[in-house]
Design a protein around this ligand. Structure first.
Ligand SMILES: *Cc1c(COP(=O)(O)O)cnc(C)c1O
Length: 252
């Protein structure tokens, strides 16, 4: 795969590669779901298209993703304006700076990275002014890493309770990015802690808090996440190829 001759820029071939990657991922999702005694249809596949150009995203539009995921507001808006996502919704999954709130509310079907009451308050205000309800997830810093966003797990319930009082916001669930692990099973304990938190908060039945989405699992660990109760996986490189390489087209 590292032989440069294996990389080429033929869109026909690229489309095939993406579709084959997605077929393989769907099989793996189905197997992981079956092993956990769950319905594969209950697991949403979010295609993380960050740093993937608009033309390439378009080649993947008929893959039937539940959504695309972007981590930069500017990039999301540009691809959306270009029609890259077709009829598929797009989610904001990256750190959201407060000065970008005005731009993304109403454009992203789900903002997965809310981690403070201040940010939630700004989203609420903007949503109310637009006359809409913005769906959000709370990002939880389950590994308590200083380099990562997210509310610490011990404060997640309290933050959910506070957000429940805000207008124009519906809290749909939780999102987590656990520490990088050498093996996919290395994150099992974080995933299972997340599931417990998810179930505990859901049981409180706060107003405007539906707690129906648990977003966890990426290219390297989505099977482990599904085993522990994830119902939304966010997958980038296993679909589009490594982000530092252009294409993953094999000449055969
Ligand atoms: C990049 C990213 C992903 C996807 O990562 P892959 O390892 O490429 O699948 C998922 N979630 C978030 C928040 C990301 O930033």
């Amino acid at each position: 795969m590292d032989d440069p001759r294996n990389y080429r820029t033929d869109p026909g071939c690229l489309k095939d590669v993406i579709h084959e990657n997605v077929a393989r991922i769907r099989e793996r999702i189905a197997t992981a779901a079956a092993l956990a005694g769950r319905d594969p249809g209950d697991i949403s596949l979010v295609a993380v298209s960050k740093s993937v150009d608009s033309g390439t995203v378009k080649l993947s539009r008929d893959c039937g993703f539940s959504a695309y995921g972007e981590n930069r507001v500017q990039e999301l808006l540009a691809k959306q304006a270009d029609g890259a996502y077709g009829n598929t919704p797009v989610h904001m999954i990256g750190t959201l700076q407060t000065n970008k709130v005005g731009k993304v509310v109403g454009k992203a079907a789900l903002i997965q990275s809310v981690d403070s009451f201040r940010l939630a308050g700004m989203i609420s205000k903007r949503a109310v002014s637009l006359g809409i309800v913005q769906d959000i997830l709370l990002q939880v810093n389950i590994g308590r890493e200083s380099t990562k966003g997210g509310v610490d797990p011990e404060f997640a319930d309290e933050l959910a309770a506070m957000i429940s009082g805000l207008e124009g916001i519906k809290l749909r669930g939780l999102m987590a990015i656990p520490p990088a692990a050498d093996v996919s099973s290395g994150n099992m304990k974080y995933f299972s802690e997340m599931y417990k938190l998810f179930v505990d908060i859901r049981a409180k039945k706060y107003d405007n808090v539906s707690m129906d989405i648990l977003s966890m699992g990426m290219s390297g660990d989505f099977e482990a996440a599904i085993a522990e109760g994830s119902n939304m996986v966010r997958i980038g490189s296993a679909i589009f190829g490594p982000r530092d390489k252009k294409y993953i087209c094999h000449e055969g």
